[in-house]
Write a protein that binds this ligand. Structure first.
Ligand SMILES: *Cc1c(COP(=O)(O)O)cnc(C)c1O
Length: 392
């Protein structure tokens, strides 16, 4: 690539001695796809978005997919389309990115935090059952780190209590559990194409659903509540359009969809590469004292979006600093949402509400995990972590 624009920073090669937390692997195929769209009539929601929707619906084995601007928008539109509103309660896990709970607040509903399983960090169906009240309208499980939540148990609860089920699948469209994909049991499943996710166009999102009527409503809601999208409106002759409900501005563009479509053929190869790195971390870290390695349930095929270890909470932040001082990029996924300032102040949440999520949030460290991570880089991460832990 030769950026003519001095503000466009080319992707620098990996710095010797540093291991980035994340590096995307977009390249020539994505550039060619983008160039093709720029040479076409459509820049916004058009044929590329429709093709991407068909490809990803097929990959998931569901009838419908709706391209949107982010996973946040996907979650927001899903709950809106399922008529969640003021007075309703929506059960969410605290171990997630803020979006999962924020969208509930956008709609004037109340987020109710239910605790996670102590080992996997996945929303615990037993905690969900205990949190259900007559006002509960929906549950939003998160497929944390790429491992699917126990959808069979959650779908059973949802059916028995008449609740909507919206899956936060931001950690990977590749997640499978006992033959099920996201959106096989939920009303919708929501995905992110944010810069660090397993499929990316910098920003973007998708909603998958088995329900064609729900998909039609979501297509309306993503574009102001207008009855036809730009591609349908565009024809030889001008035709009047109408706005039939109050929607949002949350559509995916053809520019983004083309970048994403270039990645579709490699989805499984990149998932397998991340799985191999995950297994390598497991093997290399097994004998390092003071570490708890990630738990995967039997029957799970993880998207392997994140590799997380757990350490003594009292030492976690010093270990983060020690790794960064050695040039290792790290992150924390996630400090529990109910203890973030806004949620404490607005809803009065305090420590003790979800002890498993709170322990996980205090202990967890995410290590670099992406297909272009080399074995040498991974070895550096392992050595640095063992060294930092050993310093006491
Ligand atoms: C990244 C993420 C989101 C938000 O995705 P956007 O596309 O940035 O809106 C939501 N939930 C989880 C669990 C995430 O990791």
């Amino acid at each position: 690539m030769t950026p003519a624009d001095p503000d466009a920073t080319p992707l620098p090669p990996p710095e010797p001695g540093r291991v980035e937390f994340f590096r995307h692997d977009l390249g020539e195929a994505e550039v060619a796809a983008l160039t093709g769209v720029i040479g076409s009539l459509f820049l916004t929601t058009g044929p590329q978005v429709r093709a991407l929707e068909a490809e990803l619906a097929g990959y998931l084995g569901v009838a419908e997919a709706v391209g949107v601007s982010s996973c946040t928008a996907a979650l927001h539109l899903s709950l809106a389309a399922l008529d969640v509103g003021p007075g309703d309660e929506v059960i969410v896990p605290p171990t997630t990115f803020v979006s999962t709970a924020n969208v509930v607040v956008y709609l004037g509903a109340t987020p109710v935090f239910a605790d996670v399983e102590p080992d996997t960090g996945l929303l615990d169906p037993v905690a969900v059952a205990a949190a259900i009240t007559p006002r509960t309208r929906a549950v939003v499980p998160v497929h944390l780190y790429g491992q699917m939540a126990d959808m069979a148990a959650l779908a059973d609860l949802a059916a028995r209590h008449g609740l909507a089920l919206v899956e936060d699948g931001a950690h990977g469209i590749e997640a499978r559990r006992e033959g099920l994909a996201p959106a096989h049991l939920g009303d919708t499943a929501c995905f992110s194409f944010y810069a660090t996710k397993t499929l990316t166009s910098g920003e973007g999102g998708l909603i998958a659903t088995r329900d064609p009527d729900l998909a039609a409503r979501l297509r309306r809601l993503r574009l102001h509540g207008i009855d036809r999208d730009a591609a349908t409106r565009h024809g030889l002759a001008y035709r009047h359009w109408d706005m039939v409900e109050l929607g949002f501005k949350a559509n995916l563009s053809d520019l983004q969809a083309a970048i994403l479509r270039a990645q579709v053929p490699g989805i499984e190869a990149r998932r397998a590469a991340r799985q191999a790195l995950h297994e390598r971390y497991d093997a290399r870290l097994a004998d390092v004292p003071g570490l708890r390695l990630p738990t995967l349930r039997p029957g799970v095929t993880s998207a392997h979006h994140l590799y997380t270890v757990r350490v003594d909470a009292a030492r976690r932040d010093a270990i983060l600093d020690g790794l960064q001082a050695r040039g290792i990029g790290v992150a924390v996924n996630f400090r529990p949402v109910h203890l973030l300032t806004y949620y404490r102040e607005r809803f009065g949440f305090a420590s003790g509400l979800c002890p498993h999520a709170e322990a996980l949030g205090a202990q967890t460290i995410s290590l670099p995990l992406y297909p272009s991570l080399t074995h040498a880089q991974q070895a550096r991460v392992v050595t640095a972590l063992a060294e930092v832990l050993d310093r006491g």
